[in-house]
Design a protein around this ligand. Structure first.
Ligand code: KIV
Ligand code: ZN
Length: 514
């Protein structure tokens, strides 16, 4: 007998609430499509009432992404619930996730509601959601700091009103595994009805994965997770950790089945990192670049003799080893396209020329081109293929310890070249300033991170930056064997996002105009 564990991914909702992350609808759709490829069961696509952008993203995902149930978050107010359903209504299977805070801290300081009012709001919100769909989830926010009797009353009300999933959020990461497990067990025992119990664990004490697993052991059959453990503050339980723990220690979870295609985990992690601008820590479990590296002589000796000596996960099972050298400088367009197709990457026709040109350029500078390199350059080109984008033309820099660093850039938009030369505190600063002048987009660099895509002296430098411009925060990513060029590309990428946000706002403005 197998028992399906529902993997509910909330990267696009809770994950997007990580400080500094702001994804636009196209980026959310790209991630949602990858989550469908990973085969998660539910994608929480956003919080439609929060903003027009969120509504549009949830709607686009509901319309286009096939496979998983598409969920939207909603407060208990009927207008919120209706708005949530408006965004979801075209999904093959849509779920409304209704929540309300139940802890004294939240009720007193934020909601300013009595217990009786919270119970009534729960009944109204869930019942309204049930008028739209028979898949309704309910969450008592800050459950682990809520007096037990009151929480039970709220949960009973939710089930009576039609909730089919009861999610127990450890909103502030206060839970301890055995305590959280006991709570789930108690709820399962005391609340009668046909519902699935779910965990939603935050990582403030570094226990999100452990608490989620304790919940599963106690009878929860849904876990809410985020790719790379993204989420509010210290984040949520990481998709890759929870899934691999259940797979690798199947002996501890007898009969439990997880539908995730684990070979897609590493690529998903890289994609989310690229689009959110959040780097993955090197020693991150499962998807970190060091997760399968061995440093000490004894460990290396063991692994060379047999990998099982120091590894419990087969790296290829989580997509951590790709084909090593996939292409070289003599490879043609056909081989390039074919290799990408084998990697599951579909490049739109209008981007193929630029992506192939980038590949040829890289092949001249780098002997071994790995699949991670290919993925990085293609992803960057796909980001610049959107309408209104500036494309990267030329970069010329001078600097060092003598003289003022200077950069000249050429960018192209709609076939027209824009050129500027600027000085700066360093060559990267000068290049960013020149891009500002050439594009006319005045951004402020707020974060800068550089790492390498693969090892070796000719490794691709991978730069992730965050830029604040015109009231929005956006991230940009650029790759090149030259770090100054990678930085300039990342900056231009971010500028393109600002342009995109601006043009969307103009379209919206025209829509609602007189
Ligand atoms: O952490 C939390 O309580 C949440 C709820 C909205 C489920 O994210
Ligand atoms: Zn949360």
């Amino acid at each position: 007998m197998t028992d399906r564990l529902i993997i509910f991914d909330t990267t696009l909702r809770d994950g997007e609430q990580s400080p500094g992350i702001s994804l636009d609808a196209a980026e959310k759709l790209e991630i949602a499509e990858q989550l469908a490829r990973v085969n998660v069961d539910v994608i929480e696509a956003g919080f439609p009432v929060a903003s027009d952008g969120d509504f549009e993203a949830v709607q686009a995902i509901a319309r286009k992404v096939q496979g998983p149930v598409i969920a939207g978050l909603s407060r208990t107010q009927v207008t919120d619930v209706d708005r949530c359903w408006d965004a979801l209504r075209d999904a093959a299977r849509g779920r409304i996730h209704v929540f309300i805070s139940t802890s004294p801290q939240h009720m007193e300081h934020m909601l300013k509601m009595t217990q009786a009012q919270v119970i009534e709001a729960t009944r109204t919100g869930v019942a309204r959601a049930r008028e739209h769909t028979d898949d309704v989830e309910f969450s008592p926010q800050d459950a682990t700091r809520t007096p037990l009797d009151f929480m039970m009353e709220v949960l009973r009300t939710a089930v009576e009103a039609g909730a089919t999933t009861l999610n127990i959020p450890d909103t502030v990461g206060y839970g301890i595994p055995w305590d959280f497990g006991a709570l789930i067990q108690y709820i399962r025992r005391e609340i009668k009805g046909d519902y699935v119990t779910s965990t939603h664990c935050h990582n403030d004490l570094g226990l999100a994965t452990a608490n989620s697993l304790a919940g599963v052991q106690a009878g929860a059959r849904q876990v809410e997770v985020c790719v790379n453990g993204l989420g509010e503050r210290a984040g949520n339980a990481a998709l890759e950790e929870v899934v691999m723990a259940i797979k690798i220690r199947a002996d501890q979870f007898p009969g439990i089945e997880v539908g995730v295609r684990t070979e897609e985990l590493a690529r998903t992690s890289r994609m989310v990192s690229r689009l959110t601008g959040y780097p993955v820590q090197y020693n991150k479990a499962v998807v970190g670049r060091n997760a399968f590296q061995h440093e000490s002589g004894i460990h290396q000796h063991g692994v060379l003799a047999d990998r099982s000596t120091y590894e419990i996960i087969d790296a290829s099972a989580v997509g951590q080893v790709g084909s090593q050298i996939v292409l070289g400088k003599h490879s043609g367009r056909h081989a390039f396209k074919d290799t990408l197709a084998k990697m599951g990457i579909t490049v739109p026709d209008d981007t193929m020329n630029a992506a192939f040109a980038r590949f040829k350029e890289l092949a001249d500078r780098k002997v071994q081109i790995t699949d991670a390199d290919l993925e990085a350059i293609v992803a960057e080109e796909m980001g610049t293929s959107v309408e209104q984008a500036f494309t990267f033309g030329e970069l010329e820099v001078s600097g060092g310890t003598v003289g003022t660093p200077r950069a000249r850039v050429v960018v192209i938009r709609d076939g027209e070249t824009h050129e500027a030369t600027e000085e700066g505190d360093g060559m990267i600063d000068a290049a960013c300033k020149a891009i500002k002048t050439a594009t006319g987009v005045d951004g402020r660099l707020i974060d800068f991170n550089v790492s390498s895509v693969t090892g070796g002296v000719d490794a691709l430098g991978d730069v992730i930056i965050q830029v604040e411009a015109e009231g929005v925060k956006v991230s940009g990513r650029g790759v090149s064997t030259d770090v100054v060029e990678a930085s300039a590309r990342a900056y231009l990428n971010a500028v393109n996002k600002v342009v995109r946000v601006r043009s969307r706002a103009e379209i919206r403005h025209a829509d609602v105009g007189p």
